[in-house]
Ligand binder design. Structure first.
Ligand code: FAD
Length: 502
């Protein structure tokens, strides 16, 4: 019989971070993962010897003394991961329709301000006001600063619309666009996304920005080592189809093949709505179920992973965000006729250093309804299925449109393509197990800021939730969520102290 202290369903960043924290605290942990590869969005794949990330292209906060650095130190992986600091003066480059300038974000606030002033010399007050505001908001979030506490209602930062705030500090339209220009990092919506989301994300990248050399899956690999070296287990190819409640608590997780995994505590790293679907219990009130079901998800994505011809396309230690309009929020409101309205281009950071890139990933938003026709198909490496010729044609057409858009800013790009693969919202759905292939989980709204905050505790006392739908997405957001989840078992003060002392 499989008997553990804690069974965790899903081996995404959240599941693995919880597993590591609890294994370090002496719990006998078992993580169950449906896929062939662990890590959820940390997964990588290789084409023509080029390593592509699926869901981690860069992270912030990894310089000594910063939040993710300290969290990774505590998790035992900081000295093992192979990371590369991005260009100090050019982490993100923003390109807007018909404007020849690439607006660059620098690392470090002084540097960020210095570079912004070179484009907007008359806007010093607005730029400094923006930076002060971002830092002031970030200070309010205890765990972001590794202090005990949780995400609570911090008033203004929650209840301010990002775009409205930017409009309040400057009349300079271009500066406004530039300051909002990385909103693809959270699938931002004007008149919706609260300022705290923009602040927490932009701040950690301004503090420091890093790429994982040869893929972000190394995070997962090292976390698994931390877990297994303490007697824990991470089991692949286990699709959990039932969490069985008996007598007011979950007694076991049951896999598709009927195998049962017993434990005292269960943590679900899968989508909360899916968690409810597989939980056999009357303890969840229908109001809770409908609230979760009614939450809007962030949009999904189409991406092309391109292997480049040798020595053909210059490598930048940077990212590019490009918009078809002057408006940085335009990418969401595409139509079939004008797609893509915006894209992000991420260079593959390889250990084989060269002035030329081996590969790039190009991402643009895509709604699930575009692939509605093929919704009844399922395709992953463990369950290979051909979605058909029409689907392949659809993907090829979209890739071509994306490449045409890139070619406009980077003449010669199309000529440098050696081969490519694509992924659609269905890919994200099938690999991660969400209904809608959402990029970053639930969308946040400044009008109802607390609605999309899901508590890690549930009505069933020994069932906890973790992952990007709880609190915040991203490697940092999800790691903090794992701390919130584990603090339910360990105590917040105790756990935060351990992290600070690591
Ligand atoms: C395209 C893209 C780009 C991104 N870029 C960045 C970036 O550059 N930097 C950054 O910090 N963040 C980025 N993110 C966000 C970040 O990757 C995610 O927020 C984070 O990895 C999500 O972690 P999670 O713990 O919620 O788990 P997930 O990654 O959602 O994993 C959940 C796991 O549960 C498993 N599972 C699901 N159902 C079952 C079941 N029934 N039984 C067993 N297992 C199951 C899944 O297979 C999966 O492994 C990106 C996301 C996307 C989609």
């Amino acid at each position: 019989m499989h008997q553990y202290d804690v069974v965790i369903v899903g081996s995404g960043m959240g599941g693995l971070a919880c597993g590591t924290i609890l294994a370090k605290e002496g719990y006998k942990v078992c993580i169950l993962e449906k896929n062939k590869q662990i890590g959820g969005m940390l997964q990588i794949f290789v084409r023509e010897k080029v390593i592509f990330d699926t869901g981690v292209h860069y992270v912030g906060g990894l310089s000594e003394g910063q939040n993710l650095y300290q969290l990774f130190r505590y998790l035992g992986i900081m000295d093992k991961i192979n990371i590369r600091k991005m260009d100090e003066d050019f982490v993100d480059g923003l390109i807007f329709k018909d404007d020849p300038i690439i607006y660059k974000y620098g690392q470090g606030y002084d540097n960020f301000i210095r570079i912004m002033l070179s484009y907007f010399p008359d806007e010093e007050i607005a730029i400094r006001t923006f930076c002060d505001k971002i830092r002031e908001i970030c200070k309010q979030f205890p765990l972001y600063n590794l202090r005990a506490g949780s995400y609570e209602d911090f008033g203004n930062a929650y209840r301010t619309d990002t775009n409205a705030y930017l409009e309040s500090i400057t009349k300079n339209k271009k500066l406004l666009c530039v300051l909002a220009g990385t909103n693809l990092l959270y699938a931002g919506q004007p008149d919706k996304t609260p300022l705290f989301v923009h602040a927490l994300i932009v701040n950690h990248y301004i503090e420091s920005s890093w790429k994982f050399v040869d893929g972000g899956s190394q995070i997962a690999r090292y976390l698994v080592k931390e877990i297994t070296s303490r007697g824990g287990k991470v089991i692949k190819h286990v699709n959990v189809t039932k969490l069985k409640e008996e007598g007011g608590k979950i007694t076991y997780a049951e896999a598709e093949n009927g195998e049962k995994y017993f434990a005292n505590t269960f943590i679900s790293n899968i989508h909360p709505v899916k968690t409810l679907e597989i939980t056999e219990s009357t303890m969840f009130r229908s109001a809770y179920r409908s609230r979760l079901k009614s939450l809007e998800s962030t949009i999904s994505v189409f991406y092309a992973n391109v292997v480049l011809k040798k020595n053909s396309f210059k490598y930048l230690n940077s990212n590019i965000y490009c918009f078809a309009e002057e408006d940085p929020w335009c990418a969401l409101n595409y139509t079939e006729d004008n797609w893509p309205q915006g894209y992000a281009l991420f260079y593959v950071p390889s250990s084989k250093e060269s002035e030329f890139a081996e590969g790039v990933t190009i991402m643009s938003y895509m709604r699930m309804n575009e692939v509605e026709k093929w919704k009844n198909t399922f395709n992953t490496v463990s369950h290979e299925n051909d979605r058909g010729v029409e689907y392949e044609t659809f993907k090829r057409k979209k890739a071509e449109l994306l490449f045409n858009a890139v070619e406009k800013q980077f003449p010669g790009f199309k000529e440098s393509i050696k081969s490519y693969t694509t992924a659609t919202p269905l890919t994200a759905r099938d690999y991660i197990g969400t209904e809608d292939g959402s990029l970053y989980g639930f969308a946040k709204d400044y009008r109802e800021p607390m609605k999309s905050f899901i508590s890690p505790g549930t009505k069933i006392p020994n069932l906890l939730l973790t992952g990007q739908n709880i609190n915040m997405h991203g490697v940092l957001g999800v790691t903090i969520s794992a701390v919130v989840t584990c603090s339910q078992l360990l105590g917040m003060e105790y756990l935060v102290q351990k992290i600070r002392n690591a």
